[in-house]
Design a binder for this molecule. Structure first.
Ligand SMILES: Nc1ncnc2c1ncn2[C@@H]1O[C@H](COP(=O)(O)OP(=O)(O)OP(=O)(O)O)[C@@H](O)[C@H]1O
Ligand SMILES: [Mg+2]
Length: 353
């Protein structure tokens, strides 16, 4: 078990700065995710923690002890990659047992540990098979079992579910969460899938171009995205952005399409341009009632209802219509915008107001 502190971490490859001044403390036993688009530096952070890359500046601490001088094997971390390389010639049992055999743990103890860990992951029945005779999800579980059996201080997981099909991914996601609740080992998880990060994690950090844009509870980040990048990245379908003009400050009043909004803002905009952000699930669309009228451009059936693309006097919005809201592809529709559900950002700086 370990608390993991990243202090002023920087990483350059040649002259390219890939990680810029990362400061974070990941708590003992926490499931913490870094989420961000391809190339933002997620794997680099894991590699720095694992010791596979050396930081250009800053320091990493496990329980207050600096680990920068320790080799990867002395850091006692277990890495699970996207491509979980199992040994193809070994049975599942021997694949899982491998880390203990390397440590010369007695046979009887190995057998008991393999049994215990396989039980946790529900793979007892597969122990005599070779990896070729397993499905993708089963292989993934074997790879996790092999990582867990060592009881590392820290788990590092780099997109471990990305090779699985959508359904299996969601299933494995739930199993990972359950597993973490059972073994409570500090876990640093990396994914580009914001839904995966939110559903698994105690806290998340949204990473973009090597910088943490915001971190906190998934609920906090979702409810109060700190800037335009986070607002657009977290949530599905993504938040829609509408340019708005400041009518006056203190208290703030902005205008969109002739409609005035008076948001509770903590900050004063730097110019008279702001951005109103609104999540599709916060715009209820119907053919009967609503404060504003719009044209339906497209309605996409989603099971629980329809995602509806709207044209509101030239402004493109997306909303949600219940199954009984009578939405069809071409007609007109009504919707409301609730001020409490709106997010306002400074158009110049991108920061939340
Ligand atoms: N060894 C290296 N030498 C030079 N540049 C590198 C090296 N490793 C990574 N980079 C660059 O650093 C940046 C971050 O890479 P990283 O692998 O951490 O991204 P990532 O967030 O994990 O992306 P993905 O989601 O695609 O896996 C990228 O621009 C990448 O090209
Ligand atoms: Mg990566």
């Amino acid at each position: 078990m370990a608390e993991l502190k990243l202090e002023n971490i920087q990483k350059k490859f040649g002259s390219t700065q890939v990680i810029k001044n990362l400061n974070l403390t990941i708590r003992d036993g926490e499931f913490f995710s870094f989420v961000g688009p391809s190339g933002c530096g997620k794997s680099t952070i894991l590699n720095l923690i694992a010791g596979l890359e050396a930081e250009t500046g800053g320091a990493i601490y496990f329980d207050g002890e600096p680990i920068s001088q320790l080799s990867p094997k002395d850091r006692d971390v277990a890495l699970v990659f996207q491509s979980y390389a199992l040994y193809p010639h070994m049975r599942v049992f021997d694949n899982i047992a491998f880390p203990l055999k390397m440590r010369k743990v007695p046979q009887a103890e190995i057998a008991a540990e393999v049994e215990r860990v396989s039980g946790l992951l529900g793979i007892n029945a597969l122990l005599q098979r070779k990896p070729a005779a397993l499905s993708g999800g089963e292989r993934q579980r074997v790879a996790l079992a092999r990582a867990i059996i060592r009881r590392p201080r820290v788990f590092l997981m780099d997109e471990p579910l990305s090779n699985l099909d959508a359904q299996l991914r969601v299933q494995m996601r739930a199993e990972l969460k359950r597993l973490h609740q059972e073994i409570k080992i500090t876990t640093v998880y990396v994914t580009h899938d914001q839904q995966e990060a939110m559903s698994l994690s105690d806290r998340i950090a949204v990473l973009y171009e090597g910088e943490v844009q915001q971190y906190g509870l998934p609920e906090e980040v979702y409810a109060k995205p700190g800037n335009l990048f986070v607002a657009g990245f977290i949530g599905s379908p993504p938040m829609r952005f509408i340019p708005a003009t400041v009518v006056k400050n203190n208290p703030l009043e902005v205008r969109v399409n002739g409609v005035s909004f008076s948001p509770k803002a903590k900050n004063t905009p730097t110019t008279d341009k702001v951005v109103l952000g609104i999540r599709p699930e916060d715009i209820a669309v119907s053919t009967q009632r609503g404060a504003y009228e719009a044209k339906v451009i497209l309605a996409e059936y989603s099971g629980a209802g329809y995602w509806v693309d709207l044209d509101w006097q030239g402004i493109k919005l997306k909303g949600f219509a219940a199954l009984d809201a009578g939405i069809n592809q071409t007609g007109k529709a009504f919707f409301n915008i609730l001020i409490d559900k709106c997010h306002f950002f400074d158009a110049q700086t991108g920061q939340r107001l």
